[in-house]
Design a protein. Structure first.
Length: 527
C-alpha cells in the first residue's frame, strides 16, 4: 500500500536521509528503529509533507499510485486525516489546551466536510469510546486527563476518518509500563479491526519486537538492515543492529558497597491535596503520599517505581524540600527536610530531571548553567571556573564545552551537563527523576555506565525514579514499588524482580516488554 523508493532529504543543503526504501503492506505493522538523529521522524514527516523550511526531498513515496512527494499542500490537506494519520510523541503539545477533547476529535471530520457538526460529535464520541475513554466526558480539556488518556485522545483524532496508514512516532516513550501496554494493545487492535497499516517509530527494541511484522533499522539517514522481525532479531546482520541490541541489554559495571550510614530517612510521610469541589461542598482530601517510610544509605542505589499518578513525583518534591508534608518526617544528614531548610542541607541533595533541555536556560552558556547551584553555598568558590571544568571532566566532557550553549549538544551530552550541574556542590545524594527514559538505548547505556562510575568513585547515594523496569533492575540495590500513594512492596532488587510478592508488582512486571523473552520465543518458533 505504501512504497518508499530511494527517498533522500536535505535541509539547507545538509543531507538528512539517503536512499531510504521500504514497503508497508495493508494491515501490517512496520517498525522503524534507530538512535536519536538517525532520521526516523524525518522519514515520517516526509510522508506527511510536514518538513521544515529549507527541506528538499527527492525519490518517491507512493500511496498506491499517488506520489506523496509531488502533491501540493492543498492536495496533502485532502490526504492528511483521510488516508494518512499521525500520532506524535508528546500529546500535550499535539492537543489544543483551550479546546475540549470532543471538539478536537470532531474537528478532523468537520475540516474534511465528512459530516455535520452534530454527526461529527456523535462520531467523535464513538472514536473516544473505541480507544477506551467511554468514561471520559467530551467536554473535558487535555490538562484534566492523564498522560495515557491524552495519548488515547490523539489516537482517536488520528483514526477519526479511518486512515489507511497510521504513523505513530514514539507514542509510548513517556508512559509507564501498564499504560504503554494498553496503548500498544489499542494500536494492535485498530490495525486488526480496520485493516489499516501502522508505521511504528521507536527506540525501544522490546516494543518493536513485540509489535511489528517487519522492521527496519536506521543509522545516519540510511536503512542498514530490514526484514521480517523474527529474522532481524535472530540474524542481526549489520554491526549497528548488533550494537543496538547489545546496548538494550547492557548492564553497567557496578561495585555494590552500601554502608550502614543513613543519609535520608522518610518516616510515615503523608502528603494530601484538597478534594474536588462540588457546588458549596468539597470532597475529602486526596492522599497523594500515604504513610510512606524508607531509608537511603550511603553508597546505595534505591529504585522507586510505579504507574503515573501513584505519588512518585509528589514524594520526590517533598524529599527535595520543594513541597511541605502534612504528617510524618523527612530528614537528610540528620537535619529536617522542609521548604525552609538551610541551603547547606539543600546543596547535599541534587536532582537530575528527565528533560535536561527543559531544565536549562537556553540563553546561558554551559559554564553558567553548571555553576548555577553555587548560590546554595555560603559564598561562591574562588576556584568556581576550575570546579566547573572538573565537573564537566567527571562526566566525560571537556573544559572547552563551557563556552557553548545547550542547543549545541546532543541529548546524551545535555544529560551529562545536567549531571555535572548536580555534582558541582559535591552532594551526597542524587535524585534521578526519569533521567534516562527519553534517551535511546546506546546513549542510555553510556549514562548508566557514567552513573555507576560516579557512584563507585564518589560513594554517591541514588534515589532512582523510573518507569523503565529494565533500567531499575540494572542500576539499583533495592527497589520500592508505589501504588496509590503507598509503598506496597520493597526489598532487594533481584528478589523483587524474580519473585514479586504483591499482585501490583506482578502486574507491572507482566506489562513490561522483555527483549530477552521475545527473542527466546522467536528462536523457539524458528526451531
Amino acid at each position: 500500500m505504501i512504497r518508499v523508493d530511494r527517498l533522500s532529504l536535505a535541509i539547507h543543503g545538509t543531507p538528512i536521509l539517503r536512499d531510504v526504501s521500504l514497503s508497508i503492506p495493508k494491515g501490517q505493522i512496520f517498525g522503524l528503529v534507530g538512535e536519536s538523529g538517525s532520521g526516523k521522524s524525518m522519514t515520517a514527516l516526509s510522508l506527511m509533507q510536514l518538513l521544515p523550511a529549507g527541506a528538499k526531498a527527492t525519490g518517491h513515496a507512493l500511496l498506491d499510485d499517488t506520489d506523496l512527494l509531488t502533491r501540493t499542500e492543498a492536495q496533502m490537506c485532502g490526504l492528511r486525516g483521510n488516508d494518512l494519520g499521525m500520532i506524535f510523541q508528546e500529546p500535550m503539545t499535539a492537543l489544543n489546551p483551550v479546546q475540549t477533547i470532543g471538539d478536537q476529535v470532531a474537528e478532523t471530520l468537520l475540516i474534511h466536510g465528512e459530516s455535520s457538526r452534530a454527526a461529527a460529535r456523535k462520531i467523535a464520541r464513538d472514536r473516544l469510546d473505541r480507544v477506551g475513554l467511554q468514561h471520559v466526558a467530551m467536554d473535558r480539556y487535555p490538562h484534566e486527563l492523564s498522560g495515557g488518556q491524552r495519548q488515547r485522545v490523539c489516537i482517536a483524532a488520528a483514526v477519526a476518518l479511518s486512515p489507511r496508514l497510521l504513523i505513530a512516532d514514539e507514542p509510548t516513550t513517556a508512559l509507564d509500563v501498564t499504560t504503554q501496554a494498553q496503548i500498544l494493545d489499542l494500536l494492535r487492535d485498530l490495525v486488526a479491526r480496520d485493516g489499516m497499516s501502522l508505521l511504528l517509530i521507536t527506540h525501544d527494541l522490546a516494543v518493536v519486537a513485540n509489535m511489528a511484522d517487519h522492521v527496519a533499522v536506521m543509522q545516519r539517514g540510511e536503512i542498514v538492515e530490514q526484514g521480517p522481525t523474527a529474522d532481524v532479531l535472530r540474524l542481526q546482520r549489520h554491526p549497528y543492529t548488533r550494537g543496538l541490541f547489545a546496548a538494550s541489554a547492557h548492564q553497567p559495571d557496578r561495585v555494590t558497597t552500601p554502608r550502614p550510614d543513613v543519609l535520608l530517612s522518610v518516616e510515615n510521610v503523608i502528603r494530601t491535596y484538597p478534594g474536588p469541589r462540588t457546588g458549596f461542598t468539597r470532597a475529602a482530601p486526596i492522599a497523594a503520599v500515604d504513610d510512606v517510610s524508607f531509608q537511603l544509605h550511603k553508597g546505595e542505589s534505591l529504585g522507586l517505581v510505579g504507574e503515573s499518578g501513584c505519588g512518585k513525583s509528589t514524594l520526590t518534591r517533598a524529599i527535595l524540600g520543594l513541597d511541605p508534608i502534612q504528617s510524618g518526617a523527612i530528614s537528610a544528614f540528620g537535619h529536617p527536610v522542609t521548604p525552609q531548610m538551610p541551603n547547606t542541607v539543600r546543596a547535599g541533595i541534587q536532582v537530575v530531571f528527565q528533560d535536561p533541555y527543559g531544565s536549562f536556560n537556553p540563553r546561558w552558556r554551559v559554564e553558567k548553567l553548571v555553576a548555577e547551584p553555587f548560590h546554595l553555598l555560603p559564598e561562591r568558590p574562588r576556584d568556581a571556573r576550575d570546579r566547573v571544568a572538573d565537573a564537566l571532566a567527571a562526566v566525560g566532557l571537556s573544559a572547552d564545552d563551557m563556552h557553548k550553549y545547550p542547543h549545541e549538544f546532543s541529548g546524551g551530552q545535555r544529560q551529562r551537563i545536567a549531571i555535572a550541574r548536580a555534582l558541582i556542590t559535591h552532594p551526597r545524594i542524587l535524585v534521578l527523576d526519569e533521567a534516562v527514559s527519553a534517551l535511546d538505548v546506546s546513549i542510555r547505556a553510556q549514562i548508566l555506565d557514567l552513573l555507576a562510575d560516579l557512584q563507585n568513585r564518589l560513594h554517591l547515594s541514588y534515589l532512582f525514579i523510573s518507569h523503565d523496569l529494565t533500567v531499575v533492575r540494572s542500576i539499583t540495590d533495592r527497589v520500592l514499588v508505589m501504588q496509590a500513594g503507598k509503598i506496597v512492596e520493597q526489598g532487594e532488587t533481584e528478589q523483587v524482580f524474580t519473585a514479586p510478592a504483591h499482585p501490583y508488582t506482578q502486574s507491572l512486571l507482566a506489562a513490561a516488554p522483555s527483549l530477552d523473552t521475545i527473542m527466546e520465543r522467536s528462536d523457539a518458533t524458528l526451531v
